[in-house]
Design a protein around this ligand. Structure first.
Ligand code: ATR
Length: 277
């Protein structure tokens, strides 16, 4: 008998049953023949801190954080990485050996790595990006796009003040466009990103006119249910390169898995299949 502890990880949210992260991480553990488990945990906001302080005592090495705790977690964590501070939210927690809780955000990296892997010819510097939406997901996407050198970001949101708040925060590279003009802003874009929930199963469709889209523009959606959103179907018909949102979910999980379990996993067709199972 050895006294080696089996490393544990999981995802905390409420609700959390829909999360695909357990399938992704368990697939990688199995692929690499590593000991470990990854489980979904439904925790309400009032219990979040207590749960987080207790988990390391049970062998947890870290957790993912999902809706609705991604912002609140920053107040609880002892250490917050620069990129999590910039985005204003965290999706990955590391329980450090010194007892401190570190909060990180890998959504932006996941977004960029997904584009790099799925559209290798994509050049972020080729021209402006157009972003639909100004919620939490938009923040991660904006921070990531600016980091890889997108020269300018046009942003349009139903509630204009939310886009203006992002402009105040991220600076002059952001240009706010009225929601009724969202279609027009795509005419000049080299990269188009939907960060709204529109087009998701059970949500209203995205009604922004797409006829201004240029051939060669890269169009991506963070919605991955359905995998091929109406935005991606129409963009493809118009000759645009398209990338679905599942890859962002898979790639955001890579740095967390590596940190917790010590092996850097690859995102391949088997990983996609595991997430869709
Ligand atoms: P997330 O953290 O996933 O980005 P969020 O902060 O709730 O979630 O943001 C959801 C985004 O989808 C917002 O940009 C929201 O627009 P508002 O800021 O105007 O709410 C957008 N969205 C959701 N439902 C919408 C709808 N019916 N029409 C237009 N935009 C919508």
């Amino acid at each position: 008998m050895t006294n080696t502890r089996i490393p544990l990880a999981g995802v905390i949210g409420s609700p959390v049953a829909h999360s695909k992260s357990p399938q992704i991480h368990m697939h990688w553990l199995k692929m690499h023949g590593l000991p470990g488990y990854y489980i979904p945990m439904d925790v309400v906001a009032d219990n979040l801190e207590h749960v987080l302080r207790t988990l390391p005592q049970m062998g947890f090495v870290g957790v993912n954080i999902t809706v609705p705790h991604k912002e609140k977690i920053l107040e609880i964590a002892d250490l917050v990485t620069d990129r999590a501070t910039l985005i204003g939210a965290a999706n990955t927690i590391i329980f450090r050996k010194d007892g401190q809780i570190q909060a990180d955000n890998t959504d932006g990296i996941g977004f960029i790595r997904n584009l790099q892997q799925s559209a290798p010819n994509w050049d972020p510097k080729a021209g402006p990006a157009a972003i639909l939406g100004a919620g939490g997901a938009a923040r991660a996407v904006i921070a990531a796009l600016l980091e890889v050198g997108v020269p300018e970001i046009m942003i349009s949101n139903r509630t204009r003040v939310r886009a203006e708040a992002l402009q105040t925060e991220f600076g002059k590279s952001l240009i706010v466009v009225d929601w009724v003009q969202a279609g027009n802003m795509m005419e000049d874009a080299a990269t188009v990103v939907n960060t709204t929930s529109l087009g998701m199963l059970g949500k209203p469709p995205l009604r922004v006119p797409l006829d201004g889209l240029r051939k060669g523009t890269l169009v991506t959606d963070i919605v991955y249910a359905p995998l091929k959103t109406q935005l991606l179907i129409e963009a493809e018909e118009m000759g645009c390169a398209t990338v679905d949102g599942l890859g962002m979910l898979l790639h955001q999980a890579v740095p967390a898995f590596e940190r917790w379990f010590g092996v850097r996993p690859v995102v391949d067709s088997a990983t996609r299949a595991a997430a869709l199972r």
